[in-house]
Design a protein around this ligand. Structure first.
Ligand code: ZN
Length: 238
């Protein structure tokens, strides 16, 4: 038995949390008193936690630990991440989050990239140099998987984009959509692409290559679209 210094009640030892620094190995306050304290000081405690984690000495130890943990458990972490992001409820949540925050994300992503321009350029160059074979191999496979859709196809596509670009198109805004797609791909681990809401070319319409006609969607959704649907599409056109 031990008496809590807060509520002064005598309680059996399992009502006290462990504390290796104390002579009896237990905290002076009972678990119930601790819980009351925690719920009354929730905000202060989390603020303290944030401050603690930001302390340079603590941050270094934490970063070293995280790096070591990641190196030792890389496969496991990647598997968990893959599994998590393939869950249907997560996909829905992700989509809702993106739809709700797309403007905010665009801004913060732009700010982040501007602030870290040099770091990102170095990272991209390093990644490109280290993975040149992998990237080339992937590109080759991708092209091979699309018979007839070789560089001539890409050039034609570029030309189509050019033809569909109105004089008032804001290149910077357009670029932001591509940056966002890249960011979402990195952020979610799933491929995101820039989509022309009204397709650039289909049987019935010609959409514009302008920021007013762009959206960032998953490659999966883009594949499902097949240039056949756009908002307010008259129902008699198919
Ligand atoms: Zn107590």
């Amino acid at each position: 038995m031990k008496t809590c210094i807060k509520c002064k009640e005598e309680k059996s030892l399992n009502f006290f949390s462990k504390d290796a620094k104390r002579t009896d190995g237990l905290q002076p306050c009972c678990k119930a008193c601790n819980a009351i304290y925690r719920s009354a000081n929730k905000e202060n405690i989390s603020k303290w936690g944030r401050g603690y984690r930001k302390r340079p000495d603590v941050a270094i130890v934490r970063a070293e630990y995280q790096e070591k943990y990641y190196a030792e458990n890389r496969e496991k972490i990647l598997d968990q991440k893959k599994e998590y992001f393939s869950r249907d409820d997560v996909k829905i949540k992700k989509k809702e989050y993106l739809e709700k925050n797309i403007d905010k994300l665009k801004v913060s992503n732009r700010e982040y990239r501007e602030k870290n321009k040099e770091r990102i350029a170095i990272y991209d160059a390093k990644y490109g140099a280290k993975n040149r074979n992998k990237i080339n191999e992937r590109n080759k496979l991708w092209l091979a998987s699309r018979p007839g859709k070789n560089s001539a196809y890409m050039a034609q596509r570029r030309g189509r984009k050019l033809n569909a670009t109105p004089s008032w198109a804001d290149q910077k805004s357009i670029q932001n959509y591509y940056i966002l797609a890249k960011f979402m791909t990195e952020f979610t681990g799933e491929k995101w692409v820039v989509d022309h809401v009204v397709p650039l070319q289909s049987k019935n319409v010609c959409g514009l290559h302008a920021h007013t006609n762009l959206a960032v969607i998953t490659a999966f959704e883009n594949g499902a679209k097949h240039n056949k649907y756009w908002p307010d599409m008259p129902c008699h056109i198919n």
